[in-house]
Design a protein around this ligand. Sequence first.
Ligand SMILES: Nc1ncnc2c1ncn2[C@@H]1O[C@H](COP(=O)(O)OP(=O)(O)O)[C@@H](O)[C@H]1O
Ligand SMILES: [Mg+2]
Length: 430
Amino acid sequence: MSHPIVELKDVGKSFSRADGTPRAVLEHVDFVLREGEIVALLGQSGSGKSTMLRIMAGLIQADAGAVTYRGQPLFGPARGVSMVFQSFALFPWLTVQQNVELGLEAQGVSQQERAQRAEEAIKLIGLSGFEGALPRELSGGMRQRVGIARALVVQPEVLLMDEAFSALDVLTGENLREEILELWGGGKMPTKAILVVSHNIEEAVMMADRIMIFGSNPGRVRFQMQVGLPRPRRADSREVRALIDEVYALMTAGAARSERGVDEPVRLRLTDSLPVVDVNRMEAVLEMLQDGPFHGRADLPKLAEESDLTDEDMLKVASALALLDLAQIHNGDLSITGLGGRYVEADHFQRKLLFGRQLLARVPLVAHIRHSLEQEASGELSEKPFLRLLSDAMDPQGAEEVLRVVVEWGRYGEVLEYDLHTRRIHLPGS
Ligand SMILES: Nc1ncnc2c1ncn2[C@@H]1O[C@H](COP(=O)(O)OP(=O)(O)O)[C@@H](O)[C@H]1O
Ligand SMILES: [Mg+2]
């Protein structure tokens, strides 16, 4: 096997909650990045992927386990590791050339060498002629190229790409990804290993020699798989499609399997996170599943394509439907339940009724809020205690998101109402 570059052994990381107590974000993470490989990292948002990358780059320290770079414990930023972020993070008042040179400033390289190396990186990534341009004069795709050039100019051994393509439109993202693969394959980059975080399963399958799937709460490596397919890969080839299917199956099966049997319906705890999905989208997918070309059961990637959803959104919709028992996930397929079938047939009024009933039965937080409201003579309560409750299990932004979902779903099912100005939750009609 080829040489390890970065190694994480039993790594853990906690951040503090608002009340100062620690919340584990990563636990028992074992991972080795080796020479010559591209690894893709998939996982729900909030599962700790960026945190792991920052630890690998030496930007933050793990608080358990060991992190080594070429066999040496890593303290402080690793010289041989560069990161590319989702947001372009360019300085708007600096030219392309100056933005790229910035990558070298910290290394004490002479002005002349800086200029020359920046020029080379700019050329490599296809931006020759734009050295003097300002970021605002560039398209999103070009700006992301500048970000990549800035990462490459230090000639890193390891390139960490944190959702580097996800802010770009699909075609631009694909093109840039192809080019990176060409540079990599042609040996034109000094880079010896690449780790890409992605939300896009196809992207992971197209790029990676190995795929890791992260689990959440706390984040850890749940599955790893080798991708043995030769390059260049064709996105529409049978082998690629089959692998995409398999990854989908792993990502959805795992959620149910972690605590329960595979086929058991999903049961939530009070402070569990919820998929951030709007009701219209859930209904559209359910209708597509029932009345579209699928006859009640569909392959998730196909359903995503047919419904024009990204993999990430499809997974959220599928888990929301499963949560409410309107559909079931099994081996990467989504099939409609009897209840789901009735839902699709129902009129608007009946749908709301069914939706509300399922919410109360299957989302403990909704039942808890509803019950609390019923205890109040005024039928209303501030949202604050519920946000606080959620903050024990997640960060404040996550708590906000989950409560927004609960409110949106609850309003649709006419289980609760919400006043945007007072930020209070109340019973419908009170
Ligand atoms: N500096 C920080 N302080 C407190 N919480 C943080 C910090 N950085 C990340 N987190 C929290 O850690 C969790 C994992 O975050 P992150 O690594 O960004 O996940 P991902 O990249 O998988 O979306 C999230 O709940 C996030 O809010
Ligand atoms: Mg992230």
